[in-house]
Design a binder for this molecule. Structure first.
Ligand code: ATP
Ligand code: MG
Length: 457
C-alpha cells in the first residue's frame, strides 16, 4: 500500500464498535482529548476516551451486554469492559464553579460537545475526532500542536484557579511532548504556582512521575525551578549554590540537572538523582584553602528524599529503591572482583545495577568526569562478567548447604553463621567453591572450635 492509500487514522475495533452502538442509538459520540492529540502527533495511544451526549444510564443501557464499571458516575464517567480493552465513556459535561481550586462544586450534563471541550485544560487536549475523521477543534488545538506549544483553553488565570493541578499538567505535557508553553499561560503558571499547595499529594505525584520520565524533563525542571520548589522545597536552595570544589564545575542544581540528563527514563533512578545532593547545603563547609566539602550529605539527602516520598504517599517499592540509591550514591565502586562480589552480596544484582546507573550519571556531571566514569564503566563490565559466569556471591550460590553442615555442627544459628563465614572466604578467594573442600574446612574449623572453644578467624 502506498502512503497515499493509507487510511488517515486507524481506530481500534472496540472504539469504532462503541461509537457505532452509541450513534445508532441516536446519540452523538466522539473520541476526545489525549487520544486525538496523540493521533495527530503520531504517538502511541495508550487509552481511548469517548465523549457522548448519552447520559450515564443511557451508556450503561447501550452496553448492557458488557461488564460496566461506574468509574466516576457522578462526573458522568463509566468504563465499559470490552473483551479487547476497557473504554472510558463520559457524558458531555460542563463544570460548575470551583470553590476549592480542585473540584467543581457540581457537574452539569449538557447536549453540546462545544461545552464539553471548553472545560478541558489545554487546547491540544480539547479536540474530538468527527465521524468522517475530521478534527473538531474549537480552540485551535491543531494549530498549537503545529507550534508545539501548551496553551490553556480560555483564561489561564481562571483555569488554574479552578484546578491548580493544571499547572503541573502544563509542565508534564511540556516535558513529555517536548513542547514550549505559550507566553500568557506561562505567565500565569508563575503567578498561580502556590495553588499547587491546594492539590492532593496523590494527584501531584501521578503527574510528576510522568513529567520526570519525559524527554524534556531536564529542560522543564531547569526553566521552572521556582514552580517545582513550591512542591519540593527540598530543591529550592540548590540553585545558585556554588560548590567551591575542583571536582565540580556547576552549582548543585546544575550538577543535578546534568546528572539527570545522563539517566535512563526510569522514575526511581530519576527521582533518586533529583534529590541525591539535596542534603548538600545543610552540611557545606570550606577548609583552610577555601575548598568546599559536603561531608555526610548522603545521610541528609536520604532524610529529605524520605520526607518527599512519604509526603506524596509513594508506594513502598519505589520508596525503598529511591532511598537506597540516595543513601549509597557515593559508595565506592571500582573494578575489583572481590569488592564487586561484596557489593552483590550486600545489595543483590538489581539494586547494584541501578546504583551503577546513578553513579555513571552523577560522574558524568562532574568537572573531572573521566577520572570517575572510566573506572566505573570498567567495574560495570566486570560486574556483567561476574553475573554471566555465575560466580558465587550469595549463600545460595555456595557449593554446600545448611543440610551438608549437619554432620559437623548442631542445628540452629551456628549453621547460618558458618555459611556466612564460608561465603566470605569464597568471595575473597581464600576458599574454592567446591563441596569437598568446603566441608573439609568446616570439619577442621569445627574440630579447632571444640578444642579451643571458638571458631578461628
Ligand atoms: P495521557 O496520554 O497521559 O493519558 P491525557 O491527555 O489523556 O494524557 P488524562 O489525564 O488521561 O490526560 O485526561 C484525559 C483528558 O481529560 C485530557 O486530555 C483533558 O482533555 C481532560 N482533563 C484531564 N485532566 C484535566 C484537568 N485537570 N482539567 C481539565 N481537563 C482535564
Ligand atoms: Mg488519557
Amino acid at each position: 500500500m502506498t502512503p497515499m492509500e493509507k487510511k488517515p487514522y486507524s481506530i481500534p475495533f472496540s472504539v469504532s464498535s462503541a461509537l457505532n452502538t452509541l450513534r445508532s442509538a441516536g446519540f452523538q459520540a466522539y473520541p476526545v482529548g489525549g487520544c486525538v492529540r496523540d493521533l495527530l502527533l503520531n504517538r502511541e495511544i495508550h487509552d481511548w476516551d469517548l465523549t457522548t451526549s448519552a447520559s450515564p444510564d443511557q451508556i450503561k443501557q447501550a452496553f448492557s451486554q458488557y461488564p460496566v464499571v461506574e468509574t466516576g458516575i457522578s462526573h458522568g464517567t463509566v468504563t465499559v469492559c470490552f473483551p479487547e480493552m476497557p473504554l472510558e465513556i463520559t457524558t458531555y459535561r460542563e463544570d460548575g464553579e470551583y470553590k476549592d481550586h480542585r473540584h467543581p462544586d457540581k457537574v452539569i450534563f449538557t447536549q453540546e460537545l462545544g461545552k464539553d471541550l471548553a472545560r478541558r485544560d489545554f487546547t491540544i487536549n480539547a479536540m474530538a475526532l468527527g465521524e468522517s475523521s475530521q478534527i473538531i477543534d474549537f480552540f485551535q488545538g491543531a494549530d498549537d500542536l503545529k507550534k508545539r506549544q501548551i496553551r490553556c483553553v480560555g483564561s489561564p488565570d481562571a483555569r488554574f484557579e479552578e484546578d491548580g493541578l493544571r499547572i503541573l499538567r502544563a509542565l508534564r505535557f511540556a516535558s513529555v511532548l517536548n513542547f514550549s508553553i505559550e507566553k500568557e499561560t506561562e505567565r500565569s503558571l508563575y503567578e498561580k504556582k502556590e495553588l499547587l499547595l491546594t492539590i492532593s499529594p496523590e494527584r501531584i505525584w501521578s503527574e510528576f512521575q510522568k513529567l520526570l520520565c519525559g524527554d524534556a524533563a531536564v529542560t522543564v525542571l531547569r526553566k521552572y525551578h521556582s514552580i517545582f520548589s513550591v512542591i519540593f522545597p527540598e530543591i529550592k536552595e540548590l540553585k545558585d549554590f556554588p560548590q567551591h570544589n575542583p571536582y565540580h564545575c556547576y552549582d548543585i542544581w546544575e550538577h543535578t540537572l546534568h546528572a539527570l540528563e545522563h539517566s535512563p527514563a526510569d522514575f526511581p533512578l530519576r527521582c533518586a538523582l533529583l534529590f541525591h545532593d539535596s542534603g548538600k547545603p545543610e552540611v557545606f563547609t570550606r577548609d583552610s584553602l577555601g575548598v568546599g566539602h559536603f561531608y555526610g550529605h548522603e545521610k541528609v539527602s536520604l532524610r529529605k528524599v524520605r520526607a518527599v516520598l512519604s509526603r506524596f504517599r509513594s508506594d513502598k517499592k519505589t520508596e525503598n529503591l529511591v532511598s537506597f540509591l540516595v543513601e549509597k550514591h557515593g559508595i565506592p565502586l571500582f573494578p575489583d572482583p572481590v569488592l564487586l562480589k561484596k557489593r552483590l552480596r550486600a545489595f543483590g544484582p538489581d539494586k547494584l545495577q541501578c546504583l551503577f546507573e546513578i553513579q555513571k550519571a552523577d560522574s558524568s556531571a562532574l568537572a573531572l568526569w573521566e577520572e570517575k566514569l572510566i573506572p566505573l564503566k570498567q567495574a560495570e563490565e566486570m560486574l556483567r562478567d561476574i553475573l554471566q559466569e555465575e560466580h558465587c556471591f550469595s549463600i545460595k550460590d555456595l557449593a554446600v548447604s545448611g543440610r551438608d553442615l549437619l554432620p559437623f555442627l548442631p542445628e540452629g544459628p551456628e549453621i547460618g553463621k558458618c555459611l556466612q563465614e564460608l561465603l566470605s572466604g569464597v568471595i575473597e578467594g581464600l576458599y574454592p567453591n567446591q563441596k569437598e573442600a568446603l566441608l573439609a574446612i568446616v570439619q577442621e574449623k569445627y574440630t579447632q572450635k571444640r578444642n579451643t572453644g571458638s571458631l578461628p578467624e
